[in-house]
Design a protein around this ligand. Structure first.
Ligand code: SF4
Ligand code: SF4
Ligand code: SF4
Length: 402
């Protein structure tokens, strides 16, 4: 394998193609890659010697993700042409954690938490890489290695700022874990699958045995969170924040911040997401990402936005795309042992009509075409995505005749 950190810097980081997935830091055998936080955004930097092993460049999903080739490697087949936007899948289900406290704590049904708890309880995995908030600065995100139910539960709910989850990979191996689950966004999954495709470093490629991918429309600059807290909600200083949650207080959940002294501030989810974060603070790299539903994960999960569901009457549900044999094994086991309740979604086109597919398969794909015209840097997903008019709706379309 050829390459060095200098090449990673020149080809990916300096060209604005870094997704902040953390894979380069997590794979570096010299432990030489760290992060420089500029404006709250993690930017990989060399903090020690580079051995020029090329691992970081080969695994990085910033510049290139060959989705068709990776599909062959991971699933042994290509996506069905009838509904290509959903990627390869065996089953499309929707449901929730059976334990109501887990369901209520999750952003959309607590499904991911329940599946991880099952995998840990049954000894299928010995640790899980997950994302949550820092204990010392609870307004900032961070990843951790969860080995207990409490550590898994503490990572529940959506995070709308970057988390360099994959940066903890080598640390997990050094701590002796050899059966790892990782919960990540599509770009985290891309990095992990590229490691597995290359088969190097071997211990790392073999140790990640379960990948749970989260649907991702975009990640947001931390400046968006700061703006909401300080300028919109009037938080006098971030240091006064004791707890932050982006999806708190029952489905679909609102931004909740608790301050020193017990003051609690709430901002409506639709207001902050659609009037603030989404239009103003999307990360630029995310504007060019075409993977919404974690197309290379073993199990992909995200909110189930059923138009018939009403906030206050609905406890939240998750869509669950079961993609691989490993994913099938875990979902089946969790069903049989009563960790989750899941039922079929029906027509897959109902799912492909969601706003996420509009954002990724239409808007991002169109943006890539525009950027290429001007010779601007773009990631290559090796996929011609469909940007022809398609009957997409902002939420799941009700089945015809119902
Ligand atoms: S591996 Fe991830 S964090 Fe590292 S440069 Fe590439 S995209 Fe950025
Ligand atoms: S030692 Fe290898 S993984 Fe680490 S920075 Fe250099 S090329 Fe990248
Ligand atoms: S939009 Fe794509 S690049 Fe951005 S965080 Fe989500 S998966 Fe990663």
């Amino acid at each position: 394998m050829e390459g060095s950190f200098t090449e990673l810097m020149d080809r990916v980081i300096r060209r604005g193609l870094c997704t902040a997935c953390g894979t380069c830091a997590g794979i570096c055998p010299a432990g030489s890659i760290g992060f420089d936080y500029v404006d709250g955004e993690p930017l990989p930097q060399l903090e020690g010697e580079c051995l020029a092993c090329g691992f970081c460049l080969a695994a990085c999903p910033g510049e290139e993700v060959d989705l068709p080739a990776l599909e062959e490697v991971v699933f042994g087949c290509r996506r069905p042409q009838a509904v290509p936007d959903l990627g390869v899948y065996r089953r499309i289900l929707a449901g929730w954690a059976k334990d109501e406290s887990v369901r209520m704590r999750g952003a959309g049904g607590g499904l991911v938490t329940a599946l991880l708890l099952y995998a840990l309880d049954e000894g299928l995995v010995d640790a899980a890489l997950v994302a949550g908030f820092r204990a010392d600065q609870p307004w900032r995100t961070q990843a951790w290695l969860a080995t207990t139910r409490e550590q898994v539960a503490a990572a529940a709910q959506s995070k709308y700022a970057c988390v360099t989850v994959n940066a903890l990979l080598t640390q997990a191996l050094r701590q002796g874990y050899r059966r790892l689950a990782v919960v990540g966004l599509p770009c985290h999954v891309h990095g992990l699958r590229k490691i597995q495709q290359a088969g190097q470093p071997r211990d790392l490629a073999q140790s990640v045995i379960l990948i749970v991918g989260l649907f991702c429309a975009s990640q947001f600059y931390f400046e968006g969170t700061r703006h909401l807290l300080v300028e919109h909600l009037g938080v006098p200083s971030l240091e006064r924040v004791k707890r932050l949650s982006y999806r708190d207080g029952g489905w679909p959940g609102h931004l909740v911040v608790e301050l020193e002294g017990g003051q609690r501030l709430v901002l409506d989810r639709h207001q902050y997401m659609y009037h603030h974060l989404m239009p103003a603070f999307k990360r630029d790299r995310c504007e060019m990402c075409v993977d919404w539903s974690a197309e290379l994960a073993d199990i992909a999960a995200g909110d189930f936005w059923d138009p018939r569901a009403k906030a206050g009457e609905f406890l939240g549900a998750s869509t669950c795309l079961v993609r691989s044999a490993r994913g099938e094994e875990v979902v089946e086991g969790a069903l049989q042992k009563g960790y989750v309740e899941l039922g079929p979604v029906g027509d897959p086109l109902r799912l492909a009509a969601g706003i996420g597919y509009e954002l990724k398969k239409h808007a991002a794909a169109f943006r890539l075409r525009q950027r290429r015209r001007f010779g601007w840097p773009v990631p290559d997903y090796h996929l011609e995505v469909d940007y022809e008019p398609f009957a997409r709706e902002f939420h799941l379309a009700p089945e015809k005749g119902k």
